[in-house]
Design a protein around this ligand. Structure first.
Ligand SMILES: [Zn+2]
Length: 431
């Protein structure tokens, strides 16, 4: 494996029928994102990893030749009307977030492991997020062991157990639950874990644990605040974003999709920022890293949604930096990017909003419902569709699911996916 190699979920689009949701002529079928789900198993064997970045230098580490975007620190313009929808909203739960651990822990020189870290999880906890941070590093890290109350084993010896995670460089983040399988949910009691780092030269990492808590441990209503970043080459900027009808239509579509079928995620506050460096109108993969890092200029820690002219080229319409991104600005994994101008031929606001919702789905922890190789996600209530074509369970291609491995113009999220989406700590508080 190439140190620092990474895998970015991205989508090509398959529906030239603008905004109809119909699946028509495939534009480009190949998607590296298709390997996502199988990647974990492949890493178990320590062997193959699909490379987006074939050069370690291009993938991580920072300090490369790329120039950082110039972002004035004070250009965040609060949305004057964060919820123009006149529909009465259900009463909002109180979003309680506890950071119960946040310190640098040593890495054993021989085993490359942290000591065990133990936390007591209260009964009103809906999610546990384990994060490790090694600023600027291209060294991969992840969970070695993770056990919960009553002998529950989520991860054993790195790849045993049923919990699925992705190892990452610079910033690793994993949230429980990332599935609707009840046995892999959160239970009150003692959790115990340790992390590994794939290098003999790292002697410590920052570890943070975030508990999301809700009254009665009810995980039913969510809210998602955003930092929306606008490339210089698209026809909207931070100054007019809040009143730009096209952009607002796109954002409305995002939250229409996130607030359906028991998913129940409503729009939180939105700040808008300009990306002033025109180098980031069309981004390469290494530029995507830098663009994500530029989110350090945001005032608030939120999900960063970058609208650019073109994502990676070659028919790619959107990408998430990872699956289960960090609640942290300024890292290589701190955001998602979406083609705003339709260089791939997709200009409808419903399409762009749909692609953005799909990428946000990845960032909040969702894998594709099915990958191109036929591997299914770890959500029980999503239909088990074939990668292509139809089946007895899926009368239309992809089952109408938003998180298909290609963007098919489909819209459906399921209650099980909603549980995962609402569990991510970046939702809730607008701060
Ligand atoms: Zn995807």
């Amino acid at each position: 494996m190439v140190p620092g190699s990474r895998l970015i979920p991205w989508e090509t689009a398959v529906s030239p029928e603008q905004d109809t949701g119909k699946v028509d002529h495939p534009v480009r079928i190949e998607s590296v994102g298709a390997k996502l789900r199988s990647e974990v198993n492949e890493m178990v064997r320590g062997g193959f990893l699909v490379l987006i970045c074939s050069l370690a230098l291009a993938c991580g580490g920072g300090g490369g030749g790329g120039s950082a975007p110039v972002i004035p620190p004070d250009i965040g313009i609060p949305d004057p009307d964060p919820d123009p929808d006149p529909d009465p909203s259900p009463p909002r739960p109180e979003f309680i977030e506890d950071i119960v651990f946040d310190q640098t822990v040593p890495i054993d020189f021989g085993t490359r492991l942290t000591p065990f870290i133990e936390i007591a999880v209260p009964s009103d906890t809906i999610s546990i997020t384990v994060e490790s941070f090694l600023s600027g590093s291209s060294v991969l890290m992840g969970i070695q062991d993770l056990t919960g109350p009553a002998g529950r084993v989520y991860v054993a010896d790195r790849y045993g157990g049923d919990y699925t995670y992705r190892e990452e460089a610079e910033i690793f983040s994993a949230t429980i639950p990332n599935t609707d399988i009840e046995a892999l949910g959160v239970f009150a009691g003692e959790y115990r874990f340790r992390l590994y780092v794939r290098s003999s030269f790292i002697n410590g990492i920052r570890v943070r644990i975030i508990l999301e808590r809700r009254a009665g441990a009810v995980n039913e209503l969510g809210q998602l605040p955003l930092n929306v970043w606008l490339a210089a080459g698209i026809p909207v900027n931070a100054g007019n974003a809040a009143t730009d009808s096209r952009l607002q239509d796109v954002i409305r579509e995002i939250f229409r999709l996130l607030n359906q079928n028991g998913v129940e995620i409503t729009r939180g506050d939105i700040d808008y920022y300009d990306i002033s460096n025109p180098d980031y109108d069309s981004i390469s993969i290494s530029e995507f890293d830098e663009l994500c890092r530029s989110s350090s200029g945001a005032k608030k820690t939120r999900l960063n949604l970058f609208f650019v002219r073109e994502v990676f080229g070659d028919g790619v319409v959107g990408a998430s930096a990872t699956v289960s991104g960090p609640k942290r600005n300024g890292t290589r994994n701190s955001g998602v990017a979406v083609d705003y101008t339709g260089v791939t031929g997709f200009t409808g606001t419903k399409t762009i909003g749909g692609i953005a919702a799909h990428e946000i789905g990845h960032f909040l922890g969702l894998y594709h419902t099915v990958e191109s190789d036929g591997t299914h996600d770890i959500i029980e209530d999503t239909a088990e569709c074939p990668a292509n074509g139809t089946s007895s369970e899926c009368s239309i291609r992809g089952g109408g699911l938003l998180m298909h491995w290609e963007y098919l113009g489909a819209e459906l999220l399921t209650p099980g996916q909603g549980l995962v989406l609402r569990s991510h700590p970046i939702g809730g508080s607008n701060d």
